[in-house]
Design a protein around this ligand. Structure first.
Ligand SMILES: Nc1ncnc2c1ncn2[C@@H]1O[C@H](COP(=O)(O)OP(=O)(O)OP(=O)(O)O)[C@@H](O)[C@H]1O
Ligand SMILES: [Mg+2]
Length: 392
């Protein structure tokens, strides 16, 4: 089974450098590796000092690179979707159809195609490891929650067969042993919907996909790292390691850095306190920027000697659904949450959890219609929601 490791973090913290160093290390170990950039402002060409293409290209043994061009991907697959949707809608005139096309390509749409491309590459089973170098945090979060969001729209606006709908219900799926529908009998919209579902399953599968946080030991960046971690958990992604980049080396004897060393120490300690349950790798601040194989080799040799680094380093139970005496209990892990920031309610058969500007809607299986939320409370960073059976 192939692996996917996604590097995320605030702008400029060293995501591309760290991701590329992992790709180099993996390839050296004989792991057939593809490094993919989903950032529109691609940097892989610069860092590998080679022309990285829109299709996977092997730049040294076992090291493949790809800069996804979302527009190109969109052109490839959007046509089918647009046709399907317009065939399903009755337009009164040409203008309506055109306006509809404009709306169809909503912000973030292109990025979705980067993700679908990654899924497609994963399914080809050519690579042992796919390393994803992401755009800065905000965009990455938007990207990661996108399949779920889009599924929601599709579900609300298009007639999806009940049988397909049931499959998407993520909570308690294993629990209720829901049968997967036969793909052959699906229409195009259902197929797209199913693809989005599979994409979510892939990115949220903690045996396959790890999310790694890259940070710098400074106040603002540590704050953002915590927020990022919270949202990634809310959406049930598995974060399994943290990289602290630009750590000032001990042997620097220059009074200018004394204050900085103290600041870095303070925030390194904070990061260790927060993320102590998972591996934390330090990467030192080099005297020159990280470019070319030489630059990457330094990171590999100095910081990435963990022989298990490509394995799943930690699994967090972000979502737990269980049968209890009084009914069912759903627990959602939302670390570092201020309770006053958290809101929860039911809408149709979805549980909506609002956290700051983020809203996650967790669809519940049909079986749960017989139940209502009796209580919800916040215990040890878990939002615990209790369901009891309705009495008629
Ligand atoms: N440990 C380091 N020592 C010296 N220079 C570094 C280090 N880490 C990163 N850099 C340099 O900092 C710059 C930003 O690094 P990088 O491109 O890896 O960050 P990024 O998080 O991918 O940025 P973006 O958000 O723009 O994609 C680059 O010029 C890189 O060479
Ligand atoms: Mg980058």
């Amino acid at each position: 089974m192939g692996r996917i490791i996604v590097f995320t973090g605030k702008g400029g913290v060293g995501k591309t450098s760290t991701a590329a160093a992992h790709a180099l290390k993996a390839s050296r170990e004989g792991i057939n590796t593809l490094i993919v950039s989903t950032d529109m402002a691609h940097n892989l060409s610069d860092i590998f000092e080679t022309d990285v293409k829109k299709e996977p290209t092997e730049i040294r043994p076992n090291l493949w690179t790809l800069e996804i061009d979302p527009n190109h991907e969109m052109e490839n697959s959007l046509g089918v979707i647009k046709n399907t949707i317009s065939n399903m809608m009755k337009f009164n005139n040409e203008n309506d159809a055109e306006t509809f096309e404009d709306i169809m390509v909503f912000p973030g749409m292109e990025e979705l195609f980067s993700l679908l491309k990654i899924k497609e590459l994963y399914e080809k089973n050519i690579y042992d490891l796919i390393i994803v170098d992401c755009a800065p945090t905000g965009e990455t979060l938007a990207l990661l929650k996108f399949p779920e969001l889009l599924s929601w729209y599709v579900e609300k606006f298009f007639p999806i067969e009940r049988v397909v709908l049931k499959v998407l219900r993520p909570i308690g799926k294993a629990f209720f042993k829901i049968e997967l529908p036969d793909k052959k009998t699906m229409n195009d919209i259902e197929k797209l919907y199913y693809k989005l579902f599979e994409l979510q399953e892939l990115l949220k599968n903690n045996e396959i996909c790890s999310i790694r946080l890259v940070t710098i030991p400074e106040k603002m960046i540590v704050e953002e790292t915590k927020r990022n971690y919270m949202y990634l958990n809310l959406y049930n992604f598995n974060v399994d390691a943290v990289y602290i980049n630009r750590v000032i080396p001990d042997n620097i004897e220059n009074s200018f850095f004394d204050g900085w060393k103290e600041i870095q120490m303070k925030y390194t300690n904070e990061l260790r306190a927060i993320f102590g349950s998972m591996p934390i790798y330090n990467i030192k601040w080099y005297e020159v920027d990280v470019v070319g194989m030489g630059g990457l080799e330094r990171i590999v040799d100095d910081s990435l000697d963990d022989k298990d680094i490509f394995k799943v380093l930690k699994k967090t139970a972000n979502e737990r659904f269980q049968k209890i005496d009084s009914g069912y209990k759903l627990e959602v892990y939302v670390p570092f949450t201020d309770k006053s920031n958290l809101d929860m309610y039911e809408s149709n058969s979805d549980i909506i959890i609002k956290l700051g500007n983020f809203k996650r809607s967790i669809p519940m299986p049909d079986v749960m219609k017989k139940y209502f939320i009796s209580t919800a409370k916040f215990v040890d960073n878990y939002l615990c929601i209790y369901f009891e059976e309705k009495v008629n």
